[in-house]
Ligand binder design. Sequence first.
Ligand code: SAH
Length: 235
Amino acid sequence: MQKDTYKHQGLRRQLVDEIIEMGIKDQQVLNAILTIPRHFFMDSAFLEHAYQNKAFAIGEGQTISQPYTVAYQSELLNIQEFESNKTLKILEIGTGSGYQTAILAEICKNIKSQITSIEFHENLHQKAKQTLKNLIKYSKYFDFQSIDLVCTDGSKGYLQNSPYDKIIVTAATPNSPQALKEWFSQLKIGGQIVAPVGNRKIQIMCRYTKKDEKTIEQESFGGFRFVPLLGEKGF
Ligand code: SAH
């Protein structure tokens, strides 16, 4: 069993300060980064790197996203605006290590939520499941019951748990209407998608808001680099 020591907590405080300097303001997001032990999501060889603001390999050629990127996407999801008497339904495409999933669950700790996270690779899916279960042994964290981890091709979304209030994509999404179509159809009216959209090398962080069945509003933010989306609608 891994430990979360004062040293780890101190390193997280420094990381949060760094992320604040980079422009993240959402208090719930910052609290989640401060609370969730990122080193639980990485192989022990990388322990000393866990609180650097960097992406790292997690196997299968995939990476755990940079903490700033996790915070940036989480902030764009606007979860704090959600009415607390409803159940917030979130779909994450690309579980990877499960770190972003844990951050989302921690942000949603005080509201009713259902988080579905999809991973393409079976072994990453299994590993993330184990990591999140281990984390729950510490009672101060979120409730694992609200998380549904699924191993399938998320490029087509996940119809079973739809419609969603929020969809977050943590893999580079091809810039074609084809790739986004299915996700849009699984979104509620007023719902939002946050996805890095572009080519294999560079992507622009986009937020799409579904105004009505036919109207999607698009906002564009900064440039990012993610591993490519796999599967039917991927690269
Ligand atoms: N959110 C992750 C970062 C993941 S990197 C974290 O916090 O660790 C992107 C992940 O998306 C990889 O694990 C990759 O295997 C997964 N992925 C890529 N294409 C996918 C698809 N079509 N469906 C589901 N997962 C996919």
